[in-house]
Ligand binder design. Structure first.
Ligand SMILES: [Zn+2]
Length: 323
């Protein structure tokens, strides 16, 4: 076929061997060029990002505020990092103040006497009163309250100032506020030189009340007391009678005699260990709430109603709620 015939048939002149220019491709240079192009492109992107961050202030230390900003631009991977680090820093700040544990039970603390009722007193040689039971019980009672509150226990107080409250009102207050445990604080007194701490429990020797008394005495002993006089059932001078606060409270109760106000040894101990005794009593109260299955070990309430020491009650519950 001639060139003319080929052109007529195919519409273009024939390609003859040797007429094409052989193009040599330098693959090494191509690869280098592509790499350089990619690097330049990445550089430009990073530069744009840097400028954008500079404008929005995201280069500053990560904070909750910048995390909020980054939420507006969730596609920016850098801003997501800020969110995470901000979340971590928030978690750290809450870790410094751990969540307060809550013990789901209620205790009533009764600082004995008050107001016109001084309780037992001691006087100096001139007959001036130098120490009153009501002051010692209030000081200790407030310390017990503060400790229990710091532990997440709900505390009710029969008094927080120097005021007189009727014994029947103390019991009524305890019952009607659904207290699960009751602790009355007192100081003993005697003409002779006697020292020691004791716990007074209802004459019927109820198990729950005894547990409360034993736990408190054990903890006080661990701090250090002059003499453990143990549990006294009933009234100190008549085991068939009861202290009003043990007789008319429906929950487990104990009347603590925190040493003798007539004993220098006991007064020195109370002055030296007020905070320690408060913690000892507070811990014993928490332990008792666990021992009596009012709460579990985590403080979660098990009991559906107020804890009632039924074995010490002479009358139906209505009587005690309507004192
Ligand atoms: Zn007293």
């Amino acid at each position: 076929m001639t060139d003319e015939e080929f052109e007529r048939l195919y519409g273009r002149p024939p390609v003859k061997p040797g007429t094409h220019k052989k193009v040599k491709i330098y693959w090494g240079r191509v690869i280098i060029a592509v790499i350089v192009f990619i690097l330049v492109l990445c550089g430009i992107i990073q530069l744009i990002k840097a400028i954008a961050r500079g404008i929005s202030g995201k280069d500053s230390t990560p904070s909750v505020v910048s995390a909020a900003d980054s939420n507006v631009v969730p596609d920016d991977p850098d801003s997501q990092l800020i969110t995470e680090s901000a979340a971590e820093s928030t978690a750290d700040s809450t870790a410094v103040q751990p969540e307060q544990k809550v013990w789901q039970f209620k205790v009533c603390i009764d600082p004995g006497h008050g107001g016109i009722d001084d309780g037992a007193c001691i006087t100096d040689d001139q007959g001036n009163v130098i120490r009153r039971e009501k002051d010692d019980t209030l000081r200790l009672g407030l310390a017990v309250r503060d400790y229990l509150k710091s532990q997440g226990v709900q505390v009710i107080m029969t008094r927080e100032t120097d005021e007189f409250i009727e014994l029947s009102d103390i019991c009524k207050f305890t019952n009607n506020n659904q207290a699960d445990l009751f602790v009355s604080l007192h100081r003993d007194s005697v003409a002779s030189d006697v020292s020691g701490f004791e716990a007074c429990v209802h004459s019927k020797r109820p198990d729950m009340d005894t547990t409360l008394a034993m736990n408190i005495l054990a903890n006080l002993k661990a701090v250090g007391i002059s003499n453990d006089r143990g549990i006294v059932y009933g009234y100190t001078n008549d085991p068939t009678q009861n202290y009003h606060v043990n007789a008319d409270t429906v929950c487990p109760s104990v009347l603590m005699e925190m040493g003798f106000i007539t004993s220098k040894t006991d007064n020195d101990l109370i002055d030296q260990h007020n905070t320690d005794y408060a913690k000892a009593i507070g811990d014993a109260i928490i332990q008792t709430a666990k021992d009596l299955n009012v709460v579990d070990a985590n403080g979660t309430r098990i009991l559906s109603e107020q804890l009632i020491s039924r074995s010490k009650l002479y009358y139906g519950l209505d009587y005690y709620y309507n004192l």
